[in-house]
Design a protein around this ligand. Structure first.
Ligand code: UD1
Ligand code: CA
Length: 452
């Protein structure tokens, strides 16, 4: 069976008080629309149609990698009108599933269960029971059978007591959907074309409305303002953190870790408070991530220790490496086995060899550093001449004295020693000692100038 998804995203979202379209506001670092898009892909949707409204023209730019059909709804005349902008394009035998760009936490399993109930001209409707149903469309039943949905503003006092409400999410054959939509009018308190009216039509036509419910009501919660956005963010974060804990990871405080993307962590690893993971992060077993670390699109192998407040982006860290506290690994940092990077060390596009150390206050950029190299405190690779970047090569076993500047392009030979405070701009041979500072001299009895 073909599955077509229609995602309604034309709402202006005035209550967000934002220049961004509402569905671009983020949950776990990704626009709400992207969450709904990903769920649609997970379901195996054959085609996805996004209905956007005025002000939403920029959505395509932000979401240019989405494989969807973008459909403009010129004026927002109601949910039935919104669906109708896309539904005539769908093959009539296909099952059409209506989702909402501002309902980001819906789960694929819930939708699978819903879609499986669609047959012939019957409708599958996702409903939920709420303690406070005010504002929602109520599910009116005759015995077990659903007969209609009444919008809150159109409901009688008795109907307002109904706790079972419409989530807005429904599925049915596209051919029948189009037939119904052509008959929907706007004779109601809001003067809108209600999608919900197709329920009563189906019942009148002698068709059935089957319902399904989500496991948790937050799956069908919509976002209208930033308070609701942050509520769903916290729920989503809690779920993701629970997942890593179930994989065998200890987390100091599940309420103080943020996962903005996907993270895989091996067992017996430990994540301290205020850690943020962004993008795709892969971490091995027995790794400690200290408090306040921010780790973005990086790989960290087994047995590493990342000490507090380290910022790591697009880096690869091999086994048993120690990083931080206060280290900054920028894109292209590659730390080999057993290496050490200490406080206030910045590393970019650099391979630090096995067992090598840069323990304090350094900048290492565009470098290839061999094994068992010691980089003294305050060493700087001067990789940029104002126009181009150049490479520094430091061979195995070299010792770079503290406060040295290595002016690239330059190569430091194997087991070479650079005296502290040197500025090196020529290649250095293997096994040599090189100093470039002036010879120390003293002036006896030197008088400091005094103030005139
Ligand atoms: C709708 C349902 C209601 C349900 C509730 C769940 C209808 C008539 N009512 O009410 O039964 O309980 O959702 O939240 O369907 N939209 C468009 N274009 C439009 C109108 C709406 O894209 O012309 C989009 C909005 O951006 C929003 C969604 O559809 O994401 C729902 O629209 P809204 O007007 O907020 O419906 P509700 O009044 O909440
Ligand atoms: Ca409305």
């Amino acid at each position: 069976m073909n599955l077509s998804v229609i995602i309604l995203a034309a709402g202006q979202g005035t209550r967000m008080k934002s220049s961004l379209p509402k569905v671009m506001h983020r949950i776990a670092g990704a626009p709400m629309l992207e969450h709904v898009y990903r769920r649609s892909l997970e379901l195996g949707a054959d085609d996805i149609h996004v209905v956007y409204g005025h002000g939403g023209e920029h959505l395509h730019e932000y979401c240019s990698d989405f494989k969807v059909d973008w459909v403009l709804q010129q004026a927002q005349l109601g949910t039935a009108h919104a669906v109708q902008q896309a539904s005539p394009k769908i093959n009539s035998d296909s099952t059409a599933l209506v989702l909402y760009g501002d309902v980001p936490l819906i789960k694929a399993e819930t939708l699978k269960a819903l879609v499986s109930k669609v047959s012939a001209n019957n409708i599958a409707l996702l409903t939920v029971n709420l303690d406070e149903p005010a504002g929602y469309g109520r599910i009116v039943r005759d015995g077990d059978k659903v007969t209609s949905i009444v919008e809150h503003k159109d409901a009688s006092e008795d109907q307002k007591l109904i706790n079972e409400v419409n989530t807005g999410i429904l599925a049915l054959r596209a051919g029948y959907l189009n037939e119904c939509l052509s008959k929907v009018d706007n004779n109601n308190s809001q003067g809108e074309y209600y999608l919900t009216d197709i329920i009563a039509m189906a019942v009148t036509d002698g068709n059935e409305v089957f319902t399904a419910q989500p496991e948790n009501s937050y799956e069908v919660e919509g976002v209208n303002d930033r308070k609701q956005l942050s509520k769903l963010e916290r729920i989503h974060q809690q779920e993701m953190v629970e997942q890593i804990m179930l994989q065998g990871v200890s987390v100091a405080d599940p309420g103080r870790v943020d996962i903005r993307g996907g993270v895989k962590i091996g067992s017996d690893s430990f994540v301290d408070i205020n850690v943020v993971f962004e993008g795709d992060v892969e971490i091995g077993s027995n790794v400690t991530i200290g408090a306040g670390c921010i780790i973005t699109n990086s790989k960290i192998a087994d047995d590493c220790t990342i000490k507090p407040y380290s910022v790591i982006e697009d880096a690869v860290i091999e086994e048993a490496v120690e990083v931080g506290p206060f280290a900054r690994l920028r894109p292209g940092a590659h730390l080999l086995k057993d290496s050490r990077v200490g406080n206030f060390v910045e590393i970019k596009n650099t391979e630090l060899g096995e067992g090598s150390k840069a323990s304090h206050l350094s900048y290492l950029g565009d470098s290839e550093i061999g094994r068992d190299v010691n980089i003294g405190a305050g060493t700087i690779t001067c990789n940029y001449d104002g126009a181009n970047k150049h490479k520094t090569v430091i061979k195995d076993g070299a010792f770079i004295g503290s406060d040295s500047q290595l002016i690239a392009p330059v190569t430091i030979g194997k087991n070479a020693t650079i005296g502290a405070g040197s500025t090196i701009n020529k290649d250095v041979d293997d096994d040599s000692l090189t100093l470039s500072r002036s010879v120390q001299k003293s002036v006896k009895g030197w008088q400091r100038p005094t103030k005139k």
